[in-house]
Unconditional design. Structure first.
Length: 297
């Protein structure tokens, strides 16, 4: 098959593209720079020069492909609408990458929340309403517009990616800041809990969804969870601080780093990947606790 992948130079998109290439598929990948284009070529990916706002570029690339895997900016509504419009009536596969933060609460680190499956009703925090609406539009396209649309929502990802950028988002940033501060950092009491998943298991879910997922599917990707206090203790060991931790004020972090930090590091996002497991997903990667042990050794 011929796949068009946005975010092909990124952590998730690059890892998915690597798997698809290994499986013998042809990949075109969106990139904004000639430098990244050359790097994609070295991996065997045909670059498509353009940005997420380039309607003509995205439309042409999507229509030329057998399937589209959207792993770029999960908050870029215009690109999602462009791709859905390009694929309307085609019956082609469209996988949109979101995240389990769509169900995040505003716990501010004060308490553990409840677990949710893909079918559990919830009210999104205002910061995530636009992303939740995007997920709804993608799924509705699978019902009303003859697209085999699928949404995958990974939780906190750990492990080494296979693309040009091998690091994920939350944990590397938190580790870097903890290293600067000389202690594992958490917000508030650190009691909020976040589900997690190994990048290899995320990639395996994409491969399974490509093969088997029906239109309008929604999949959480999770295989464990930790509180942010526990994460901080583990990071402290990784950076050689023997479990030393430090609490940051939630409001100060919000003022300094924005709502993304507040909801990414002090909220609960406890999800059960019920739909993925029903599809046949069987995570095999090491746990986050085991991964931290490897990093600390």
């Amino acid at each position: 098959m011929k796949f068009f992948v946005t975010g092909a130079t990124g952590f998730i998109g690059g890892s998915v593209a690597h798997r698809l290439l290994a499986d013998g598929h042809h990949i075109t990948g969106l990139t904004r720079s000639e430098e990244n284009a050359e790097q994609l070529r070295s991996l065997g990916i045909v670059p498509v020069l353009g940005a997420l706002d380039d309607v003509d570029v995205l439309t042409s690339a999507a229509r030329a492909a057998d399937a589209v895997i959207h792993c770029a900016d999960a908050d870029h509504a215009a690109s999602v609408d462009t791709l859905l419009s390009a694929l309307e009536g085609s019956g082609k596969l469209f996988i949109h990458t979101s995240g389990s933060s769509i169900v995040a609460d505003d716990a501010q680190g004060e308490h553990p929340g409840v677990e949710l499956t893909e079918d559990t009703a919830y009210t999104p925090v205002p910061f995530r309403e636009a992303r939740v609406d995007m997920v709804r539009r993608v799924r509705e396209a699978g019902i009303n517009h003859a697209i085999r649309s699928v949404v995958i929502c990974p939780s906190m990802i750990y492990g080494e990616g296979r693309g040009l950028h091998p690091d994920s988002d939350q944990l590397p940033k938190l580790t870097a800041l903890s290293r600067q501060m000389g202690a594992g950092l958490y917000l508030g009491k650190g009691l909020a809990r976040y589900s997690n998943v190994h990048i290899d298991d995320v990639v395996a879910l994409y491969a399974l969804a490509i093969a088997k997922a029906p239109a309008a599917s929604l999949f959480f990707a999770s295989n464990g969870e930790m509180s942010f206090k526990e994460i901080a203790e583990n990071i402290a060991r990784v950076i050689g601080q023997d479990g030393k931790t430090h609490s940051l004020d939630v409001e100060e972090v919000t003022q300094g780093y924005g709502l993304a930090a507040r909801y990414g590091l002090a909220s609960n996002s406890r999800v059960i990947a019920a739909n993925a497991r029903r599809l046949g997903w069987a995570p095999a990667g090491i746990s986050l606790a085991e991964w931290f042990q490897v990093q600390a050794s």
